[in-house]
Write a protein that binds this ligand. Structure first.
Ligand SMILES: [Zn+2]
Length: 374
């Protein structure tokens, strides 16, 4: 997840952002039902018109067509649903849906989960929670023709999970876009530098606003994808696993997907397949996504600083065959699609070693069983 330098020409203008925020804010008031003026039919019609016509300056459709996707080095051999994909980057910019579909076509990806980025970069290395990311995803997706729209399972993620009222915000979002969201996430619990440089307390997934989100998610049947590092950077001591266990035990009706099996940059631990096995054995409401650098570092043993965890691809194959219905595959691309096909094809060496039924499970069936159906 590279953080790009701010590019003034392409970022959403302050004017457009204010218009978007105002429209979303008015819509919230109107849906309350007890605000006399905003709740009238005329007022609602005016609001929905204004919502539909807001120009999203950071998604340039002309630029979109020009985006060059690097073709894959081999032929497509597996059909995959991407379970972890950010529509926007840390500046809330995106190459857009048409270019993404071209990239997916080149990689054998028929469908994908899609969500924004709950944290935005202010300047230098300061970050803040950015709830408007869900509106950007929803407005863009709803503006696409059917053949594009039907390829995506949208998740909402724009929550400050330290906020005890985060669940209220989630419920408002579910009302504004009825029968739309298929899941929640990627929400941010412990994420090394990223959460350390975000205004406010460092979030942890067994407290704050997380618990309310789990309750709403369980009630509505929405899975929750959480980024939560298993430990801090540069220590082999497991520091944060108990927080995941607490969250899983808090509401057994809430299905949690542990993003990247708890791995992030410079998170280096031993016995990860064994830890994952025990967690899956003891927690029936847990799934794990194989995405981002857990695959490169732990499955392929390409650690950037010559760390070696002691496990091999064979250990991971054995683990997945033991729990074939509990793993998902995702790219974790962030708003830009030039290298998307390679990020999908990198999983072929793993898929080649699995039983056909396990391939079908982790490539699509598991995800389809988890997401909310309308
Ligand atoms: Zn993540």
């Amino acid at each position: 997840m590279a953080v790009h330098k701010k590019d003034k020409t392409n970022s959403i203008s302050r004017r457009d952002f204010l218009k978007l925020s105002a429209a979303a804010g008015i819509a919230l008031t109107g849906l309350g039902g007890n605000v006399a003026k905003a709740g009238t039919n005329e007022a609602m019609a005016e609001i929905s018109n204004s919502v539909k016509t807001i120009p999203l300056a950071d998604v340039d459709q002309i630029r979109n067509k020009k985006i060059k996707i690097v073709p894959p080095k081999e032929a497509v051999r597996y059909e995959i649903i991407d379970s972890h994909l950010h529509f926007t980057d840390f500046l809330q910019k995106s190459d857009g849906f048409p270019a993404l579909c071209r990239a997916m076509d080149m990689a054998g990806v028929k469908k994908s989960v899609i969500f924004g980025m709950p944290i935005a970069m202010e300047c230098d290395s300061h970050f803040y929670y950015y709830s408007a990311t869900d509106y950007l995803v929803a407005q863009q997706l709803l503006a696409q023709p059917d053949e594009i729209r039907h390829r995506f399972y949208p998740f909402c993620c724009g929550f400050n999970c330290n906020d005890k009222y985060a669940a209220d915000h989630l419920e408002r979002l579910l009302h504004i876009y009825p029968d739309f969201w298929r899941g929640i996430g990627e929400i941010m619990s412990r994420h090394d530098d990223l959460t350390a440089h975000t205004y406010g307390e460092v979030p942890h997934m067994d407290g704050g606003g997380f618990l309310g989100i789990y309750d709403v998610a369980a009630q509505k049947g929405l899975p929750v994808l959480v980024h939560h590092n298993i430990t801090a950077q540069n220590t082999e001591r497991i520091l944060y696993l108990h927080e995941l266990k607490n969250a899983l035990a808090y509401n057994r009706q809430c299905n949690i997907i542990w993003a990247h099996i708890g791995i992030s940059r410079q998170v280096e631990v031993k016995e990860l397949p064994q830890i994952a096995h025990e967690l899956l054995r003891d927690n029936k409401n847990l799934w794990m996504d194989i995405s981002w650098l857990v695959y490169d570092h732990y499955f392929l043993d390409k650690f950037p600083d010559n760390y070696y965890d002691g496990n091999t691809m064979e250990d991971w194959v054995e683990l997945i065959e033991r729990h074939p219905d509990r793993f998902l595959l995702g790219t974790d691309k962030v708003g830009h699609w030039q290298t998307y096909p390679a990020e999908v094809m990198k999983y072929y060496p793993l898929l080649d070693k699995l039983k056909p039924s396990t391939v079908a499970a982790i490539c699509h069936n598991n995800l389809l069983s988890l997401i909310k159906k309308y």
